[in-house]
Design a binder for this molecule. Structure first.
Ligand code: SF4
Length: 704
């Protein structure tokens, strides 16, 4: 228990902005919280979610306090001690692996896990269990951006820093609503625009969001047409002499192919496909072409698509043909959804990755990581990704899943398939902090975990900034840090290589493994990190102060050091609207809730913003269906249905409807679970599902 009024510096555990927070202990389990005025990200500012984060820790009424398990599906859950829980997990995993092979088990984890936790689980699964079946909810979030960066720049590498915002004069915000989802970044953007009114802001979104209030041009496109739009802008830039020929010649490959591809569709044709005006399209292109510093920002609107990688590449190409990368105030900037999705990728936290941004598909990388971990080999076969893992559970190919810090019963697309999968699984471990997770009801073993402020570790935000998070208070009951739970399991399995005396040793091992890679942080350890406060990778040596922006030397991470202008053509979404399902459903987030509300949902002042799930529908679509404001409606797709109340608004494009993704099942009843209806088709490269395009119908609910 720290001294009363002792002040700790930490980082917000919601979005990828990574704001600095100061926490003061004011009494037993009593905390006060402020934005850290010295933090380079937020300079003391916090958004509504961040400024209420300590309430989620102080209110322990919903916390899981001790391990529980059941001996079979027919038995009730019973309280057990940690030894019994870990021994049971180890016994079941050993038996399943012996009987069905290592690919019969898997781990599904979270972009909210700390880097050390991610590192340990990956080492355990890929190095010792002998399967690559470990994936994360970051698959639902950033995997299309990762694949785009890798193909175009040779590495999963966000080139810019937040301080570039104050140096740019044109922003292209596509498929993102930072006013609600990355609020502190948006406030920096607002302040910059207020000081520099000539700064141009272009927003691409089928909805009029709060972000649009800052826009000079809003391109309200039809969902699924982003690549056509970006190619049309590329065409205009080429035809009007706004490309950087020297940059293209000296630092890129693929331009001729790109040029031919984008010239195939006229601006008029593109405007017609995207359902925007030619004038607005030209204006946006002119703003980009004439800017000195051009930043693109994007999030789920591009990534959560069955063509997510192509959309990312088409956007990255706008930077590559204009040379707007690797210099102050310019560059592509994917807005990370979760607080440590980037840290998770650094340690290889996905089914196709290895630690230190090494590739599972590369035999030399596999060999080097295996040698480092002291294991014979790492299996070459890629593991199952998020949606594939639940399909395998439903079909019986996978028998057991260990879920850490995520609530797939609400957050995965086609949620009913996920429910079937978890019901069919032989053994489900749920390691979480809260009784509010809908996934708990499928658990055979429940492991109570420590929450934010109850454990130490590190995270990396959207701009590659690593921060150290202090432990401030003890977890409640018998809850343990996730890293400790994994270490106990690894030892119970009899694996060597998990005899760490401290988390600092785990972090030091991760740092050593990055030596010589593009994300080299071998100049870091806990003591240095605490001394620096925060630092952006790479940090390749002791004394190195971190790296603000990448590619300032125009040398990219591809084998020939040239950026790749990739053109895969336009594409349509996998799912098509039909007469039975004529509307396009897009899902997303609201300002004051986070993911499936297991934390934000218990803060009254956050629940006041938008207290109930709802469906946004255009007035014409509502009128033609006899729907009035507030009416209960049924949204149905090929996969299922969900009942909510209608909000009629011309802020959404005609033919498109919107559901927030946060609500799940409440007290056993469907309570606005948007993912009952979403499509679980995935991008062929990134394997990211297309949450942003599902064909649905909406009808008035007649028997409420
Ligand atoms: Fe937390 Fe994101 Fe809000 Fe910052 S912007 S306080 S990181 S939720």
């Amino acid at each position: 228990m720290p001294d009363a009024h002792e002040k700790f510096k930490t980082t917000c555990s919601y979005c990828g902005v990574g704001c600095g927070i100061e926490v003061t202990v004011t009494g037993k389990d009593r905390l006060a919280l402020n934005g850290d005025p010295d933090h380079p990200v937020n300079k003391g500012m916090l958004c509504s979610k961040g400024m209420n984060l300590h309430y989620t820790v102080m209110d322990r009424t919903d916390r899981l306090l001790f391990p529980q398990m059941r001996w079979s599906k027919a038995h009730p859950m019973e309280r057990v001690n940690w030894d019994a829980a870990i021994q049971r997990a180890a016994a079941v995993f050993k038996t399943l692996i012996e009987q069905h092979g290592p690919d019969s088990v898997g781990f599904y984890i979270s972009g909210q896990c700390l880097t050390e936790e991610y590192y340990l689980v990956n080492k355990l699964v890929k190095g010792f269990l002998g399967t690559n079946n470990i994936d994360t909810n970051s698959r639902l979030c950033m995997s299309s951006a990762v694949a785009g960066y890798k193909q175009a720049l040779g590495e999963d590498s966000v080139p810019i820093a937040y301080e570039d915002i104050e140096q740019a004069d044109c922003f292209f915000i596509a498929g993102a609503n930072p006013a609600w989802c990355h609020p502190i970044l948006f406030r920096r953007l607002e302040a910059h625009k207020a000081k520099n009114p000539d700064t141009k802001i272009i927003v691409v979104d089928p909805r009029v969001t709060d972000t649009c209030h800052l826009a000079d041009v809003h391109l309200q496109i039809l969902p699924g047409t982003d690549t056509v739009l970006f190619h049309a802008i590329g065409r205009w830039l080429i035809e009007n002499g706004y490309t950087d020929e020297q940059f293209i010649l000296n630092h890129t490959d693929g331009y001729d192919h790109y040029r031919k591809a984008v010239l195939k569709i006229t601006l008029k044709q593109a405007a017609s496909i995207c359902k925007v005006s030619v004038n607005d399209l030209e204006l946006a292109a002119r703003y980009i072409g004439s800017s000195k510093g051009f930043i693109s920002m994007w999030a789920m609107g591009l990534n959560q698509s069955t063509a997510g990688v192509n959309k990312n590449l088409a956007l990255l190409n706008l930077h590559l043909i204009t040379g707007q990368i690797g210099k102050p105030g310019s560059g592509p900037f994917s807005l990370t959804g979760q607080p440590n999705a980037m840290g998770g990728r650094e340690v290889g936290g996905m089914a196709n990755l290895l630690a230190a941004h090494k590739d599972l598909a590369n035999p030399e990388h596999r060999e080097s990581v295996a040698k480092f971990w002291g294991v014979k080999e790492i299996d070459a076969k890629p593991g199952l990704t998020a949606t594939q893992m639940f399909e395998a559970l439903r079909d019986g190919r996978m028998k057991a899943v260990w879920i850490i810090c995520t609530n797939p019963s609400v957050s995965m697309p086609n949620a009913r398939l996920v429910d079937e999968a978890l019901s069919a699984a032989k053994f489900v471990v749920v390691q979480d902090i809260s009784q509010r997770s809908d996934t708990l009801k499928y658990a055979d073993l429940v492991l109570p975990a420590a929450s934010w402020l109850e454990k130490e570790g590190t995270m990396t935000n959207s701009e590659r900034r690593i921060s150290y998070l202090s432990k401030v208070i003890d977890p409640p009951g018998e809850a343990l840090p996730d890293s400790e739970i994994i270490l106990r399991f690894a030892r119970a399995m009899g694996f060597h290589g998990f005899d760490f005396d401290s988390l600092g040793e785990v972090y030091a091992e991760h740092c050593r493994l990055t030596k010589g890679t593009n994300i080299d942080i071998s100049g870091l350890d806990y003591s240095r990190l605490k001394q620096l406060g925060t630092v952006q990778w790479p940090v390749p040596s002791l004394g190195h102060q971190g790296t603000t922006r990448l590619f300032t030397d125009k040398k990219f991470y591809t084998p020939n050091q040239r950026a790749q202008i990739k053109t895969n053509g336009e594409e349509l979404p996998t799912e098509q609207v039909t007469p039975d399902h004529p509307l396009i459903l897009t899902t997303g987030r609201i300002r004051d809730q986070w993911h499936t509300m297991t934390r934000t949902g218990k803060v009254n002042r956050l629940n006041k913003h938008l207290p109930h799930p709802f469906l946004e529908i255009h007035p014409s679509d509502a009128t033609s269906r006899g729907i009035k404001e507030g009416d209960p409606v049924v949204v149905s797709s090929q996969r299922g249905e969900v009942r909510v109340n209608a909000v009629i608004t011309s802020n959404i494009k005609q033919g498109v409807v919107f559901l927030p993704m946060h609500w799940g099942k409440h007290l056993g009843q469907d309570f606005g679970r948007a993912n009952n209806v979403t499509d679980d088709s995935i991008d062929p490269t990134s394997k990211q599902p297309g949450f942003k395009f599902s064909a649905v119908e909406v009808k008035k609910y007649l028997n409420p």
